[in-house]
Design a protein around this ligand. Structure first.
Ligand code: TMP
Ligand code: ASP
Length: 239
């Protein structure tokens, strides 16, 4: 079946495949940071992130979190349900890192009393600004009912993933999730869950095993993506 490219983002490409209910999303090795001011590639990142996400989505489905995942179709590509995406990035934080260090003046690594959820408006031209519920409402980005369901599912995703990763000696420091609404009106988790979109620290050494290695020029980026994958998935990725 011919795939027609309909959208290309910084890390993924979306294709139409002739099926009205699905798309294919493929994962690129390209990496960007700071709203694409920094650009590079991470060897094998595409297949690693695709297969990492392909492991987590079915696990989350089993725990009652609907996702867009329909199956993997190539080492770096998965079939996904068509969703009308909510133009928000939902960040859930368990420890202080990244932009929260600057925003609240707390030390990196500080444990938060409870998970902190933040909303960011997906607008590259504005640099994805942080927004509150009133902003979301006046911009009509999502209805109250959809937003409430997105928040419930984001918190539940965190509640499932924190112990899952802890069992593999990994701290889930924070993560960014995206949601969309399916045909039936059901809110589903979309996008990806990977070392590009989460912060993962080795729980014993606090070593960073995620895209911060690229953002902060920490070195051994590929090695850490691979080590994280092996620890979580239990075998080597397929390239
Ligand atoms: P932040 O601390 O930079 O706000 O990032 C919070 C989390 O969101 C972190 O796990 C990285 C992830 N993230 C993305 O996936 N995409 C982005 O564009 C940004 C800024 C962060
Ligand atoms: N993905 C974002 C960008 O390029 C930022 C990030 O992940 O840090 O710009």
């Amino acid at each position: 079946m011919e795939w027609t490219r309909i959208y290309e983002g910084k890390a993924k490409i979306l294709y139409e495949t002739g099926e009205s209910e699905s798309f294919v999303q493929s994962f690129k090795d390209d990496a960007t940071a700071f709203n694409a001011l920094k650009k590079g590639t991470i060897l094998h990142k595409g297949p690693i992130n695709c297969q990492f996400s392909s492991t987590l989505f079915p696990m989350l489905e089993n725990k009652g979190i609907p996702t867009h995942f329909l199956g993997r179709v190539a080492p770096n590509a998965m079939k996904i349900r068509r969703l009308k995406m909510v133009p928000l990035e939902v960040v859930v934080r368990n420890r202080v890192a990244g932009s929260l260090v600057k925003r609240l003046g707390l030390n990196e690594g500080t444990e938060l009393l409870h998970p902190v959820l933040e909303w960011y408006y997906k607008r590259d031209d504005l640099g994805d600004p942080i927004v509150n519920r009133d902003h979301i409402d006046v911009l009509r980005l999502a209805s109250h009912a959809v937003l409430a369901e997105v928040e419930r599912l984001a918190r539940k995703t965190n509640d499932v993933l924190v112990p899952f990763f802890a069992g593999k000696d990994i701290l889930l420091v924070d993560m960014k999730l995206e949601f969309g609404v399916g045909e039936s009106g059901k809110v589903c988790l979309g996008d990806e869950i990977s070392a590009d979109t989460c912060r993962f620290w080795d729980s014993k050494t606090l070593d960073k095993m995620d895209k911060d290695r690229f953002r902060q020029d920490l070195g051994q980026v590929e090695e850490h993506y691979l080590e994280l994958f092996r620890r979580v998935v239990g075998h080597d990725p397929e390239f």
